[in-house]
Design a protein around this ligand. Structure first.
Ligand code: TYC
Length: 104
């Protein structure tokens, strides 16, 4: 998408053909393991991903059964921050919970 831009005579700022693209989106994935308690995963989904309890339980069970699952789709920086918060919080509680991100 090219933005047709203002070019004012005498101005130094010319913005012709500035490319405007939508930010790329990334899926944040939660991975199953045998040690992290279900309640802890639900709490992570409620607090970091702002899921309602019912949705958090359903996502957690899906990850538990299928091995991995999507917790949300965000811009790169937000996805990275949420993934780091998950792993950091798990580490503090000595759980091996893993989180990753991949392009949508
Ligand atoms: N499999 C874990 C258990 O039985 C629960 C769990 C679910 C762990 C989802 C991680 O991402 C996960 N306690």
């Amino acid at each position: 998408m090219a933005k047709s831009n203002e070019k004012t005579e005498g101005d130094t700022l010319t913005l012709e053909n500035t490319k405007i693209s939508k930010p790329s989106l990334y899926k944040v994935l939660l991975h199953n393991d045998d040690y992290t308690p279900m309640d802890f995963v639900v709490m992570i989904l409620e607090t970091i991903f702002h899921k309602k309890q019912e949705d958090a339980v359903s996502i957690m069970l899906n990850v538990h059964q299928k091995g991995r699952g999507i917790c949300g789709v965000y811009t790169y920086e937000v996805a990275e921050s949420k993934s780091q918060q998950v792993v950091e919080s798990a580490k503090q509680n000595d759980y091996p919970l893993q989180c990753s991100m991949e392009p949508e």
